[in-house]
Design a binder for this molecule. Structure first.
Ligand code: UDP
Ligand code: MN
Length: 322
């Protein structure tokens, strides 16, 4: 009897191991079976989803409007040696890291804001690749690198607020808030704002190209300057890693503005390797009160000192003390 029982449980155990092994194989070979489904705008509707707006100098340019049909329809993988190793046609980039197409009038002016400290190799890779990438898109853009020059814990959100203020002073109607270590892989992910704030880096290689949760609004996001102002920018209170991007999402929820994403086939990004930063232990408590704080903590309470503003050949360099 005992022997029969043991044999019986042995069968069940076998079965469990077998099903676990099958699940694991499916998980490895067919990761998309486990992907979180989310709504996205498909390629045919990108253009109508975008918000056409430029700085006054571009609006005044005498040239026919640029067309974005081909840029979108002919999207391809461009994260290759040609785009990574050296800057092509570097004479086209103006001092301060600004570019606009000459043969046609861009319909989008975008300020790309990069929070930064102590990652010189990543910044070099970013600048080379992004200038090669962005000039495929026929947009007007400028790269602003906001560097935290003090030794306090890194404050990513506050650097975005500072960048947004500077970009507004140059009349940019659209902000792209961009980690320095994220590189877009598909040439058709237009670096312009959509009418709704857009989460751009939704298919990240370090997440096996999956979205970990639906409300994720970090990494690379596009938001009109008007919408950024409407939510009072980001919180200045997140020191160290984590939480500030979820806080921004909460702010949008309060004003009833939804976010959007483009087709995942256009939203692939790679993240350069780096060590994990120390998480901010206070982040959950801050996040719980996000909506209560939004009108008093943000652009309207921003205090910082600009130590230096320098026009470099590939970017506008703003060094600040937080
Ligand atoms: N960052 C930086 N120096 C730091 C910490 C962060 O420049 O010491 C900037 C950089 O743009 C980076 C972003 O903040 O991409 C987000 O930080 P991190 O990459 O550590 O976040 P994670 O990828 O772990 O979400
Ligand atoms: Mn990172």
């Amino acid at each position: 009897m005992l022997i029969r029982l043991c044999q019986h449980s042995f069968h069940i155990y076998d079965l469990l191991v077998f099903s676990a092994a099958i699940t694991l194989i499916v998980y490895i070979l067919l990761p998309h079976r486990f992907a979180l489904r989310y709504d996205y705008i498909d390629q045919q509707h990108f253009e109508e989803a975008l918000l056409a707006a430029t700085t006054p100098n571009v609006s005044a340019q005498l040239a026919p409007d640029c067309s974005y049909k081909e840029v979108i329809a002919e999207s391809r993988f461009v994260y290759d040696a040609r785009h990574l190793e050296k800057i092509q046609r570097d004479e086209e980039i103006r001092l301060g890291g600004e570019y606009q197409p000459e043969d046609c009038r861009a319909r989008f002016s975008t300020a790309i804001i990069v929070p930064y400290r102590d990652r010189p190799e990543q910044l070099a890779t970013f600048l080379t690749y992004m200038h090669n990438y962005l000039r495929l898109q026929l947009i007007h853009y400028r790269i602003f690198v906001v560097e935290q020059s003090d030794r306090k814990p890194f404050n990513r959100a506050m650097l975005f607020n500072i960048g947004a203020k500077v970009a507004a002073s140059y009349d940019y109607p659209c902000l792209i808030l961009h980690d320095v270590d994220l590189m877009p892989l598909n040439s058709g992910q237009i670096y312009a704002c959509s009418k709704l704030p857009r989460h751009m880096s939704s298919a990240l290689d370090s997440w096996r190209f999956h979205l970990p949760y639906r409300t994720l609004f970090g990494g690379v996001v596009a938001m009109s300057t008007a919408q950024y102002n409407m939510v009072n920018g980001m919180s200045n209170l997140y020191h160290g890693w984590g939480g500030e991007d979820d806080d921004l999402y909460e702010r949008l929820k309060v004003i009833g503005v939804e976010i959007c994403r483009f087709d995942p086939a256009y939203s692939e990004y790679t993240m350069l390797k780096h060590k994990h930063e120390i998480p901010n232990e206070n982040r959950m408590a801050l996040l719980r009160a996000a909506s209560l704080r939004m009108h008093s903590d943000g652009l309207n309470s921003l205090v910082y000192k600009e130590v230096e503003r320098r026009m470099r050949s590939l970017f506008t360099h703003i060094r600040v003390e937080t």
